[in-house]
Design a protein. Structure first.
Length: 254
């Protein structure tokens, strides 16, 4: 299984609009962060997690020509607002793309993007052809990958992380319920959010993410959903062994 980081940034992306900080002005490509998303590649299948605001740019940069499935973590703008880009994959591949999420996320997507699903919209330039599927917490298979939805806290919102075979992707997390922790221990790879240095009501800070890594004991931990406070080179030099920062275009073989 191959994991491709399409984006490793927080909701504003990095550089952030209107910001003149050292990281936003940096020439280091590791400090250029599109909105967070990953693509799982297994046996010719492409499993996308979240349709980020930057999906078109991400797919062009990584020569992605098909998407078989989409898993949604939650319905916030930076994780869903690229949904309309899926219509290109429908058109050129002659496919309907199944999309998955928890009840709240599926309901919000259906409401936010009513023009896709109401059955009455004039087609115009074309509509994405998608099916929406509500997950019940049970493990299921997508394209040869065992997918286990995991309940995660994002402030007051209940969202999903995903265990993928013996790896996991957790983003926009401010807390992990005990039942989910039990499924996240001793993984080969744990991808988890670390927004910045300071405490935040809806996201792990760096210290909180490192505490979670210490408790869950993955063989390898990768931090994502990063803001413009992290200079990649400087923060990477301070991380404990087995922990690293994600960057756009990073690939991991599991």
């Amino acid at each position: 299984m191959n994991i491709l980081f399409l984006g490793s940034g927080t909701s504003t992306g990095v550089p952030s609009l209107c910001c003149d900080c050292d990281v936003c002005r940096s020439d280091d490509p590791h400090n250029k962060r599109l909105r967070s998303s990953i693509l799982i590649r297994e046996n010719g299948n492409h499993l996308l997690i979240d349709t980020s605001t930057d999906l078109r740019q991400q797919c062009l940069a990584n020569d992605i020509t098909h998407i078989n499935y989409v898993l949604y973590t939650h319905h916030h703008a930076d994780h869903v607002h690229g949904i309309d880009e899926l219509r290109s994959f429908n058109h050129f591949n002659g496919s309907v793309i199944p999309c998955y999420g928890n009840k709240n996320t599926i309901s919000a997507i259906r409401t936010k993007f009513d023009y896709i699903f109401n059955g009455t919209t004039q087609v115009g330039g074309g509509l994405p052809k998608l099916t929406l599927n509500t997950l019940n917490g049970e493990t299921f298979s997508l394209g040869g990958v065992a997918v286990t939805p995991l309940d995660i806290l994002h402030g007051g919102l209940n969202i999903l992380g995903y265990k993928l075979n013996n790896s996991a992707y957790i983003t926009d997390c401010s807390g992990i319920p005990d039942a989910s922790k039990d499924k996240l221990k001793n993984l080969d790879v744990l991808i988890i959010n670390a927004l910045g240095f300071d405490p935040h009501p809806t996201h792990f800070s760096l210290s909180q993410a490192l505490e979670a890594v210490e408790e869950l004991q993955p063989k390898r931990a990768i931090l994502t959903h990063i803001n413009h406070k992290f200079d990649h080179k400087k923060v990477s030099a301070q991380l404990p062994e087995g922990v690293e920062l994600a960057y756009d275009g990073m690939t991991v073989e599991v």
